[in-house]
Design a protein around this ligand. Structure first.
Ligand code: 0L1
Ligand code: MG
Length: 260
């Protein structure tokens, strides 16, 4: 049985990403890989991304909705990093040549106006730091076979990061009731799912506060200008070549992604 540690798991995860290779979850071989160790690995993979020239553009939350928690069998929300290499320009197809088994999920997205630093941040304080809200879609990709993982595995894997797209309409948070902002997800023209922002921790501002408080325990704040993906509102849908996935928001426009 392989013996893993923070360094070797970080190296293996980045190799899987580069080689488009999936693998079984590490917790099968290293049951001590818990949430805290997962974050150590995540921060080390971030350092390696920065060393190769990527820049942090924000953060993403994972498993903030019951729909996602039930689907993935993990009930811990978590935070991970977004870099400029993960930005997918609107209209571009899913970069199938860089991903293993991409899936798409709708997200409510914040762009920060002010620095937000925990601990003790409330949802109201978090929302006061937001400059504007966008609709968006995340293209998740897991380095684990069949997206099967425990909390420590997926946190180490930067919360299944792949790429993300932001939508065409930017509104100040005061102009929206984010709990009631709805999304319809269509795959090849058929509605497959729907949710409102209340699916995300009751209100996406709660997810933002959670992120600020969680990052504070790791010595980080959320910086002005950062993008925050607040977590998939619904289940995620496979983006196969030739498919078309659309996320239609009530007030925030539509994001359509071609499967490539
Ligand atoms: O693979 C996954 O579904 C874990 C990442 C969760 C992303 C999200 O909930 O937005
Ligand atoms: Mg997501």
């Amino acid at each position: 049985m392989a013996t893993w540690d923070v360094e070797s798991v970080a190296t293996e995860l980045l190799a899987c990403e580069d080689e488009r290779r999936d693998r079984t979850k590490f917790t099968d071989e290293w049951p001590e890989l818990d949430v805290a160790t997962g974050y150590e690995i995540q921060d080390l993979t971030l350092q390696r991304r920065l060393d190769r020239g990527e820049k942090v553009v924000g953060i993403k939350l994972g498993l903030t909705s019951r729909a996602k928690q039930q689907r993935m069998g993990v009930d811990t929300p978590f935070v991970a990093w977004l870099t400029d290499a993960m930005v997918l320009p609107a209209g571009d197809p899913v970069p199938q040549d860089q991903l293993i088994h991409p899936r798409i999920e709708p997200e409510l997205v914040f762009v920060m106006g002010e620095r937000l630093e925990g601990p003790g941040v409330t949802a109201a304080q978090a929302m006061a730091a937001v400059d504007h809200v966008l609709g968006g879609a995340e293209v998740i990709d897991s380095r684990y076979r069949d997206f099967k993982f425990a909390a420590g595995d997926v946190i180490a894997d930067n919360a299944s990061s792949g790429a993300f797209v932001t939508g065409p309409v930017a509104l100040p948070p005061s102009e929206l009731d984010l709990s009631l902002e709805a999304v319809l997800v269509e795959v090849d023209g058929q509605v497959v799912d729907s949710a409102t922002g209340a699916a995300v921790q009751g209100h996406p501002g709660e997810a933002l506060a959670l992120a600020a408080n969680d990052l504070a325990t790791r010595g980080h704040a959320i910086e002005p200008g950062w993008i925050v993906l607040t977590g998939g509102m619904t289940d995620a849908y496979f983006a196969t070549p030739g498919s078309s996935i659309s996320c239609h928001f009530t007030n925030l426009g539509s994001v359509r992604i071609h499967g490539g």
